[in-house]
Write a protein that binds this ligand. Structure first.
Ligand code: ADP
Ligand code: ASP
Ligand code: MG
Length: 417
């Protein structure tokens, strides 16, 4: 008898009809002879709605209370799904994250999972229950309910799969798996059969929201193979696994596996900073202190002992960043702080880059041919990202998708890995 963790995202439990469909898929899995643990997200846009409710009260809610509020979203889904399954004649029981034994550190809103105590789940499974667990939430070290960051139900599914040593971890959403780019933007995007943890991590970290990046980190650490599938079709999805596993199958891989994009970016530039040691340290340590996550950074060459530093942050952190930079600019005698909200990041990702040169050149060439200006560049071993004007994003994604041979019609750039 296999143990399966099945996770259903918000779009899969958005209304009563969808919840009943999920219930029947879960029952199907149980009737096939498996023990089943189900993780669910809050229905539809509930988490966003809860955030707006908090914003209507105050722009700066205490994080403890925000987590208390956000955790209610997932509790709607677990109870309704348990009711649906029970009404279809199978035994099901719902558990909150804390009841399920998911334990986190001291932080709120972006807590890290420390351990899983799976005893309660195991005893419920032994009594022939389908166990339904609220995603995105845990018990923190202060005994409070806490949340695991946006998209955190994926992480709940992976930590449970690791903690229970499940045979399968299936993550269901409204798309059939991981595609070469967001299939909602590019209709020509192709489903990827297998993708390595590292590539998925880079895609997710660069804006592909289909899987949460921290869930992939944990999956890689504990060797949890993920099956990404659609709730609404029976087609095979994408397997996220180790690079070694992919190589062992001697499969072909594309030089570039996918294109990700992120519209949630803001670019700041501090102009005329003094070109002396310690200035960058001062700016970025101050930002880190107030909890701003800086993404891309560039520093211009010094002219007359002055230079400019540009960097990007997420839109949610714009206000906080602006306040700190205004103070820093005065303190450091810089002439101006400029904020550009109309930027986006486009990234190409592929393990083929490890062994093949020329991907960066090709990316810049494709953008240049369409007259798209590159404002910033960053690279990792398997990723190249560029900041462009948000009005150019659509063209950039389309052209890079075609240019790297990812569209269904054009698969010319295959390489053996
Ligand atoms: P869920 O609510 O089930 O957690 P999400 O909305 O978080 O689902 O993730 C699924 C969405 O991710 C899809 O609807 C799709 O628009 C988006 N997406 C972005 N990039 C990709 C990609 N490369 N492959 C598949 N889906 C992607
Ligand atoms: N409901 C949470 C969110 O919207 C967690 C999740 O969906 O995975 O981010
Ligand atoms: Mg999600």
């Amino acid at each position: 008898m296999a143990l399966v963790v099945m996770k259903f995202g918000g779009s899969s439990v958005a209304d009563a009809t969808k919840i009943k469909l999920v219930a029947s898929r879960v029952i199907e899995k149980k009737k096939a002879g498996n023990k089943v643990v189900v993780v669910v997200s809050a229905p539809g846009d509930t988490t966003d709605d809860l955030l707006s409710m908090a914003e209507n009260i105050t722009s700066n809610p205490p994080e403890r209370e925000l987590d208390m509020l956000l955790a209610t979203g997932e509790m709607i889904s677990i109870s309704l799904l348990a009711m649906a399954i029970n009404s279809m004649g199978q035994k099901a029981i719902s558990l909150t994250g804390p009841q399920a034994g998911i334990v986190a550190g001291t932080n709120y809103t972006r807590a890290r999972v420390k351990k899983v105590n799976p005893n309660k789940i195991k005893s419920m499974l032994a009594k022939d229950n389908i166990v339904i667990v609220a995603g995105f939430q845990a018990l923190n070290a202060k005994g409070d309910i806490t949340t695991l960051g946006r998209g955190g139900s994926d992480l709940t599914a992976v930590v449970l799969a690791a903690g229970l040593q499940a045979d399968f971890c299936e993550i269901y959403s409204d798309v059939e798996g991981v595609f070469t780019t967001d299939p909602r933007l590019v209709t020509d995007a192709r489903k990827i059969e297998y993708i390595s943890y590292d590539e998925m991590l880079e895609l997710a970290g660069s804006g592909a929201q289909v899987l949460q990046s921290r869930s992939i980190e944990v999956a890689k650490k504990f060797g949890v193979q993920i099956y990404a599938k659609s709730t609404f079709s029976q087609n095979q999805g994408t397997i996220i696994t180790s690079e070694e596993n992919i190589r062992r199958r001697k499969m072909e891989a594309l030089l570039v596996s996918g294109i990700a994009f992120d519209k949630n970016q803001v670019k700041f530039t501090i102009i005329d900073l003094p070109d002396i040691p310690g200035v960058a340290a001062k700016v970025f340590s101050k930002l880190a202190k107030v909890g701003v996550n800086v993404d891309m950074i560039i520093q211009s060459a010094a002219v007359n002992k002055k230079n400019d530093i540009s960097f990007t942050v997420s839109k949610q952190e714009m206000k906080k960043t602006q306040i700190e930079l205004d103070k820093l600019a005065q303190e450091l005698n810089a002439s101006e702080v400029v904020c550009d909200e109309h930027v986006a990041k486009v990234s190409v990702v592929g393990i083929g880059m490890k062994s093949h040169a020329g991907v960066a050149g090709k990316m810049f060439e494709v953008l240049h041919k369409k007259g798209i200006n590159i404002e910033m560049i960053s690279t990792s071993e398997i990723k190249i990202s560029c900041i462009v004007d948000e009005r150019d994003l659509r063209t950039a994604v389309d052209e890079l998708h075609k240019g790297f041979g990812l569209s269904r019609k054009n698969r010319s750039l295959y390489e053996k890995i």
